[in-house]
Design a protein around this ligand. Sequence first.
Ligand SMILES: Cc1ncc(COP(=O)(O)O)c(C=O)c1O
Length: 371
Amino acid sequence: MAAVRGPRPRPGVLDIAPYVPGTSALPGARPVIKLSSNETPFGPSPRAIEAYLAAAAHLSRYPDGSARALREAIAKLYGLDPNRIVCGAGSDELLNLLAAAYLGQGDEAIYSAHGFLVYKIAILARGATPVAAPETDFTANVDAILAHVTPRTRLVFIANPNNPTGTYLPFDEVKRLREGLRQDVLLVLDAAYAEYVRRNDYESGIELVATTSNTVMTRTFSKIYGLAYLRLGWAYCPTEIADALNRIRGPFNVSGPGIEAGVAALADQAWVQFGAEHNEMWRDRMAESLSELGLGVTPSAANFLLLHFPSANGRSAAEADKFLHERRIILRRVEEYGLPNCLRKTIGTEDENRAVLDALSSFMRANGASR
Ligand SMILES: Cc1ncc(COP(=O)(O)O)c(C=O)c1O
């Protein structure tokens, strides 16, 4: 009798290594300092929490499937056309919808070597081929990306700034990338950390989306807006691309409480400003102090730092991670990003940052003195 074969996923799906989020808990009841997922240490604006709580009165109703109120609030803040905004359950959903709409078997999509892992997963899930372009100094390299374009290339994903490296591409370089790509290649600029960037030569993507027909920018409420738990993101698109995404997304892909909290969060720009200022001050202080301990620190434009540990025995990233866990501190291991001897540290509150500094100072001293 012929063996019965069950349903099989499409080619590529079983090649996916499932995304493993940063550690969020440790055994035992004592509190932890969790700096592993680039969340804001301050939570959302109190106005967003209030709006979320008020939404509890309507839980039996479907939300507005077009998330109009949220799209209009985003459009007003940034001076955009609300019809070209598509909202999603986190920007993860939008990145996956873009891959679903524009990639299929036989297609290739490019990302930079240490780029955000969701890109590779989204590409493989469509049966397309992921192509990693080498970086220079942990930064996306426009020439390397262009050199990896083939007639099969359909899409390029760039996180700007990138997670987990924190590095960014200046606007001139992003424009050079767009100009070097064929017209039919979609460029996705993932600006999840845009609100944290304080550089004169940075542009999140709005201008390129406004002036080209083949560029999309994605944004999130999970970082500076402090709404990661709610899953809320948005994409600014050329009209035809917004239309394609709207055809394939779930009809109610953004929750009602998400819409309400998102609108209220956008209205509190003082909260955003406060978060960005705290981040800038502590990111720069931490980078300096951690370098003084003998760690390599990649210059970051975002709300986290990529720390490079010495290769000496006893001082590896894995050993530092263990040492920090013993002190109830959780940073992010980044081996699956091809960075086995690094840890990524989210910028926390002043107390959290000082605790990390003290712990890493002890780690480097303890393990330096013995050799
Ligand atoms: C570069 C980048 N893009 C997108 C996301 C996804 O964010 P979310 O799905 O929470 O909007 C993250 C989250 O860590 C990220 O680092």
